[in-house]
Design a protein around this ligand. Structure first.
Ligand code: CO8
Length: 258
């Protein structure tokens, strides 16, 4: 399918979405978010795809929601259309593992979008921020919630109250990103990571993701119980037999995804 605001390609088991509104620094217009939702649905439905990577350009992952588009909104435009939740949250609800490869600005909705991915890999040029307060609004797609869980109250509060940007090194120190790489290597590194994950048992990677995400929602006791139940269920998989046999036979496992 051809999209107006994103570029979509596949590389083996990896689906890649590039945000592509260069003149607006990939501002997340309704058109872009609609395109992204469709592309994510297609990758989720495609049995050949095991991992999804979302990236932007060298200058910007995404500079936020499209300010020009929403400037004239009234409360009812936002409320009745369920502005944000419906389409925006699609990345966060993917069952397959997702990676955000971030170079340049990841601001406002751009930072929130990156945080919806399972793993953020940052170029050394990346800048993360929640500048909504500087334009008279607040983060609306998880900025006050996911950022606080990722980097703690003190830094999240400071960033959301001032709009200060965090560079890649600080983002790594603070636990927001998994790894920082030279900008020139960003996509290669993200694709290598995606291919490595896609080489594991598909249902097992989905289960890992479900369990880690559970840690956000549940008490420790409930989370541990959930993890244990899922762990037990892996013994029903052919891939578990294959993985453990391969270990004993000193060979690489050939997972079938079941
Ligand atoms: N929306 C619309 N257009 C934008 C946006 C944006 N968020 N960001 C940049 N652009 C446009 C600029 O207007 C400019 O267009 P033009 O050439 O037509 O004037 C073009 O992109 C290039 O931008 P700049 O000339 O400003 O480039 P600079 O390199 O000088 O500055 C910055 C780069 C610092 C990133 C600057 O563009 C900036 O501050 N952008 C806005 C950042 C921001 O405030 N983001 C938060 C937006 S609010 C938000 O995301 C709320 C999220 C709530 C949940 C999601 C709801 C949908």
């Amino acid at each position: 399918m051809a999209y107006e605001n994103i570029l979509v390609e596949t590389s083996g088991p990896v689906g890649l979405i590039r945000l592509n509104r260069p003149k607006a620094l990939n501002a997340l217009s309704d058109g872009l978010v609609t395109d992204m939702e469709k592309a994510l649905n297609a990758f989720e439905d495609d049995p050949a795809i095991g991992v999804i990577v979302v990236t932007g350009s060298e200058k910007a992952f995404a500079a936020g929601a499209d300010i020009k588009e929403m400037a004239g909104f009234g409360y009812m435009d936002a409320y009745l259309n369920d502005f944000i939740t419906k389409k925006w949250g699609r990345l966060a609800t993917c069952r397959k593992p997702t990676i955000a490869a971030v170079a340049g600005y990841a601001l406002g909705g751009g930072c929130e979008l990156a945080m919806m991915a399972d793993i953020i890999i940052a170029a050394d040029t990346a800048k993360f921020g929640q500048p909504e307060v500087t334009i008279g609004t607040i983060p609306g797609a998880g900025g006050t919630q996911r950022l606080t869980r990722a980097i703690g109250k003190a830094k999240a509060m400071e960033m959301c109250l001032t709009g200060r940007m965090m560079d890649a090194a600080e983002a790594e120190r603070s636990g927001l990103v998994a790894r920082v790489v030279p900008a020139a290597d960003l996509l290669d590194e993200a694709m290598k990571l995606a291919e490595r994950i896609a080489g594991m048992s598909r249902p097992v990677t989905m289960m890992v993701k479900e369990c880690v995400n559970r840690a956000y929602e549940a008490t420790l006791a409930e989370g541990l119980l959930f993890e244990r139940r899922v762990f037990h269920s892996t013994f029903a998989l052919e891939d578990q037999k294959e993985g453990m046999s391969a270990f004993g036979e000193k060979r690489q496992p050939a997972f079938k995804g079941k």
